[in-house]
Design a protein around this ligand. Structure first.
Ligand code: FES
Length: 126
């Protein structure tokens, strides 16, 4: 499979995300999907806001992606729970499936993600 060229996108400043905080971000260029970022133990993790169970967004309110004690990502619809570190579902209807992770780079106080790894939305791929 050929390498996909990087398509770097500046998500936010590193210090905008506090430890244990999650935040939703829109995607650029008219893409109607969103991603969410979590700062966990000084690392930033970014996933597409799409549950592998039905394809629905995961959050139950503005920037609410985590369970009660903020140790796992939790889907609002049917309660699937995912590890923050790798997006693996460890409980729920999509057990052992993964969230779609985006490569993250922190450079010059900014959080960058690589959109080149993300499949085009169905409406754009036609
Ligand atoms: S849509 Fe996420 S668990 Fe069902």
């Amino acid at each position: 499979m050929p390498d996909t060229p990087p398509r770097l996108h500046a998500l936010c400043r590193y210090d905008e995300l506090a430890h244990g905080e999650s935040r939703e971000f829109p995607l650029p260029d008219g893409d109607t999907r969103s991603v969410f970022a979590i700062r966990h133990q000084q690392r930033i993790y970014v996933y597409l806001n799409r549950c592998p169970h039905t394809g629905a967004p995961l959050n139950w309110g503005n920037d609410q992606f985590l369970n009660f004690d903020r140790s796992l990502i939790q889907c609002t619809l049917h309660g699937a729970q995912f590890r923050i570190e790798n997006g693996l579902c460890i409980w729920g209807p999509c057990l052992r499936q993964h969230l779609t992770a985006l490569p993250v780079r922190v450079e010059k106080e900014m959080v960058w993600i690589d959109l080149g790894t993300l499949a085009e939305p169905a409406w754009r791929a036609r």
